[in-house]
Design a binder for this molecule. Structure first.
Ligand code: G6P
Length: 369
């Protein structure tokens, strides 16, 4: 096991640091910006069907469901397709309406999650075409779907999912861009720009790691708090959910992820000088709105940790701690903004002496209901 951890203390931190490679592996052979090449072998025969889809229904559980929420923005924004993201466990016990031109995408790292598998069977029985985005080759879900694209994240051992999430987001981004290209809903210029930017993502993730020591210091300051709130808007809303989930899973600190604007409908009542609030505040279309949400929290003496875009000069003057991430195309934000949250939860859990790779009560793959 020591050898498998490759010199790291835990699988989770090894897997966090593997992300530049696992993201690159998930694009390898599929994307080449130099000649505008983008093709996902497993989906090649279905690309027209995807482009003609009236609706995409995404099913998954846990972190995979969060990747689905990111994909919702991507498909809507780039390919102008209506998307619904469902917890597989809820979907399977409803009587969902599936129409002729609907497509279902099932997301699963393990490919063995019982609820996701059952959701696929239900959708199939209603005549839907199902695509899988799985990490484990030949897994039950990969076999149950009509077609799919693997995430090439490599084996993920830590129970808390990290590199599988960024690989899922990478693959879903590739699919959304490919469909958008086919539909003509993005310009040639945007298409080329996105391919270029995607190729640059592994190096930008690597750059986030330069902040590891700083994130560790922040983790030290907040090791023994009892609650955390994570806030984001747009593409950073699912990232807020994922950040809160990571912290809950491995440190056992109660954490809530919320859309930042929705805070005023409840969570704002929780804010006082003891409440740490993590803001996803990168420079994107929601930036100004997020800045005013930060002001609302600071006015109530909340302690703010902000994830900001490199070179931001406004937010550092407003908050308690900042963690910079490199500038990326807005659509690709989650691939960099989630990294500091993974590290923060890891360091806090280690400082609390938790069993990071095998947290209590959790299983890597939930194969029973
Ligand atoms: C479990 C794991 C999570 C994972 C979820 C879905 O709860 O602990 O990390 O996100 O299952 O698993 P899947 O393999 O379907 O992605």
């Amino acid at each position: 096991e020591t050898i498998e951890k490759g010199g790291y203390d835990h699988f989770m931190i090894k897997e966090i640091f593997e992300q530049p490679r696992s993201i690159a592996d998930s694009m390898r052979g599929r994307l080449r910006a130099s000649d505008a090449h983008l093709q996902l072998g497993g989906l090649a025969d279905y690309i027209d069907e995807l482009a003609a889809a009236e609706r995409i229904v995404i099913v998954g559980c846990g972190t995979s469901w969060h990747a689905g929420l990111v994909a919702e923005y991507l498909f809507e924004e780039l390919a102008r397709i209506n998307v619904e993201v469902e917890y597989a466990s809820e979907f399977r016990y409803r009587n969902p309406v599936i129409k002729k031109n609907d497509i279902v995408i099932a997301i699963s790292q393990s490919g063995e999650t019982a609820d996701t598998l059952a959701a696929i069977e239900l959708a199939k029985s209603k005549g839907a075409t199902i695509f899988g985005v799985c990490n484990v080759v030949g897994s039950s879900i990969a076999r149950a779907t009509h077609a799919g694209a693997y995430t090439h994240a490599g084996p993920e051992i830590g129970v808390a999912s990290t590199k599988a999430f960024t690989a899922q987001v990478t693959v879903l981004t590739l699919i959304a861009i490919a469909v958008a290209k086919r539909k003509g809903t993005i310009s040639e210029e945007t298409y080329q720009q996105l391919l270029n930017e995607l190729e640059g993502i592994p190096a930008k993730v690597e750059k986030v790691f330069e902040n590891a020591a700083k994130i560790k210091e922040i983790a030290f300051i907040f090791t023994y708090v009892r609650n955390f709130i994570y806030l984001g808007r747009g593409l950073n809303f699912p990232v807020a959910l994922e950040g809160a989930l990571k912290l809950k899973e491995i440190s056992y600190i109660h954490a809530e992820g919320y859309p930042a604007a929705e805070m005023k409908h409840g969570p704002i009542a929780l804010i006082d000088e003891d409440m740490p609030v993590v803001f996803l505040a990168t420079k994107d279309g929601s930036y100004e709105k997020i800045v005013s949400n930060i002001q609302e929290v600071k006015a109530r003496k909340g302690r703010v940790i902000a994830i900001v875009t490199e070179g931001d000069t406004l937010i550092p003057g407003m908050v308690d701690f900042v963690i910079e991430v490199p500038e990326v195309h807005e659509i690709l934000t989650p691939l960099v903004s989630v990294i500091p949250l993974q590290l923060l939860s890891y360091y806090i859990a280690v400082m609390r002496g938790r069993n990071v790779d095998q947290p209590r009560n959790l299983a890597k793959s939930v194969t029973v209901e």
